[in-house]
Design a protein around this ligand. Structure first.
Ligand SMILES: [Zn+2]
Length: 431
């Protein structure tokens, strides 16, 4: 049966002003008609949206769904706990209004398999699985005294450590063999890795070009973690599709991104949350200092990227106890882009980045019906997106998957550790 959403304030994801008294018709998985004012329901099931806002399902283009704890601590948990944390984060992400995610590393292919086969509840998922890192790079998580590489246990994929063009090729091919939808590389140091410096570039131009070649050979692309102009320029020159974080981008590297059509995926939420909570959660002091260093320029970088005309996508990059805070990213981006700019980044622009612009990201005829119905208007108050109880309906590919119109009690119970205040564990008392 068709569904007809009527009397909605419509935010279609394109950036145009909200449309009052709008209606959207859904037939099967797809949107078949959109308009405003009177319409004939015919045989359709009518869903009254008066006083509420209908918009495209949110997209988070930088998640780490299998990171149930901070990256220096994930490996301390038992495998069942890692699996339970990940499945909880995956289900809660959907129930927070994110109908599609692009995972930027650590979530192994089986989680997507479980969701697409109907065994577990979750959003549409595109996974990097394990990131590629050089020895001593941002996803080489060995402490200085460890010599053996950490490997995927089928749940948490710490990534592959590869050096030189031929290992980079083999690494990329192996990730693609194991179901990666895209390749994630660490092209500069990171805040949360034990033996590198956030200011240093990682991988040579030849290594990046080889990985990009392997990805493009299988009709996909490379996303790169990079902070500095030097790292960003090396990625842009060698065919990377998106620069993640980009906190220290300058005018030259921003102009190069704009000219090459490379997307920026600023991820401010994770820095704000780690700067606030990292010490109590057991992050080492030097890592927290690096987080504060990159946070200090995050908002200026976003403004610089916007002014340079770079396509700005959106990701939260949240870890562990912050998995429930993905929508905070929109509030933080709105400080620079305004609420509508933040909404477009997390819908239409993210869909373009994912190569799914014909399928999702806006409410348009022919696209998949990924919709959320909100109590209130996020263009007036973007913080409502952080309260799942104000997300009254979530529609994924035409199916209502979450219905809170009669109040929170009608939601399928999902007890999430990520929604409770963070508890501090010592390694000994961890499960
Ligand atoms: Zn990340």
């Amino acid at each position: 049966m068709d569904s007809l959403f009527v009397h909605a304030t419509l935010i279609d994801g394109s950036g145009i002003d909200p449309v009052p008294d709008a209606w959207v018709r859904v037939s099967g998985q797809r949107i078949t008609d959109v308009g405003a004012g009177a319409t004939a329901a015919g045989s359709a099931r009518v869903i009254d949206c008066a006083g509420r806002t209908l918009m495209p399902g949110l997209i988070d283009a930088h998640t780490h769904l299998a990171a149930g704890d901070y990256l220096n601590q994930v490996h301390l948990h038992s495998k069942p706990v890692i699996a339970a944390q990940a499945f909880t984060a995956i289900a809660d992400t959907l129930d927070a209004g994110f109908t599609t995610v692009r995972d930027a590393g650590f979530t192994d292919y089986g989680f997507k398999q479980a969701v697409t086969s109907g065994l577990a509840r979750g959003p549409r998922m595109l996974l990097a699985t394990g990131p590629l890192s050089q020895t001593g790079g941002h996803s080489d998580f060995r402490t200085r005294q460890e010599t053996e590489p950490r490997r995927s246990d089928g749940l948490y994929h710490p990534g592959l450590v590869v050096d030189g063009v031929s290992e980079c090729r083999r690494g990329a091919r192996d990730l693609l063999r194991r179901g990666a939808d895209h390749i994630k590389i660490m092209a500069s140091g990171g805040c949360t890795s034990p033996t590198d410096d956030v200011r240093h570039p990682q991988f040579t131009a030849e290594e990046i070009a080889a990985i990009v070649y392997e990805a493009q050979s299988q009709d996909t692309y490379v996303m790169a973690h990079a902070y500095t102009p030097r790292a960003i320029l090396s990625c842009v020159e060698n065919g990377v599709r998106s620069i993640e974080h980009a906190n220290w981008v300058d005018a030259t590297s921003a102009a190069a991104m704009a000219e090459a059509g490379v997307f920026a995926v600023p991820t401010i939420a994770t820095y704000e949350l780690l700067a606030r909570d990292g010490a109590g959660g057991g992050m080492p002091a030097d890592q927290i200092q690096q987080v504060k260093d990159v946070l200090a320029s995050a908002y200026d970088a976003l403004a610089l990227l916007r002014d340079a005309g770079v396509k700005i996508a959106s990701g939260s990059d949240v870890l562990g106890p912050h998995q429930g805070h993905k929508a905070l990213e929109l509030e933080l981006k709105a400080r620079v882009l305004g609420p509508m700019g933040a909404l477009v980044a997390a819908t239409a622009t993210n869909a373009q980045l994912l190569g799914l612009a014909d399928e999702i990201g806006t409410i348009s005829v022919g696209k998949l019906a990924d919709l959320i119905l909100l109590d209130g208007n996020p263009a007036d108050n973007i913080r409502i997106l952080q309260d799942p109880n104000r997300i009254h309906l979530i529609v994924l590919g035409g199916d209502i998957v979450t219905d809170r119109r009669d109040g929170p009690s009608s939601v399928t119970a999902v007890r999430s550790p990520f929604r409770s205040p963070m508890t501090v564990h010592t390694p000994e008392d961890r499960p």
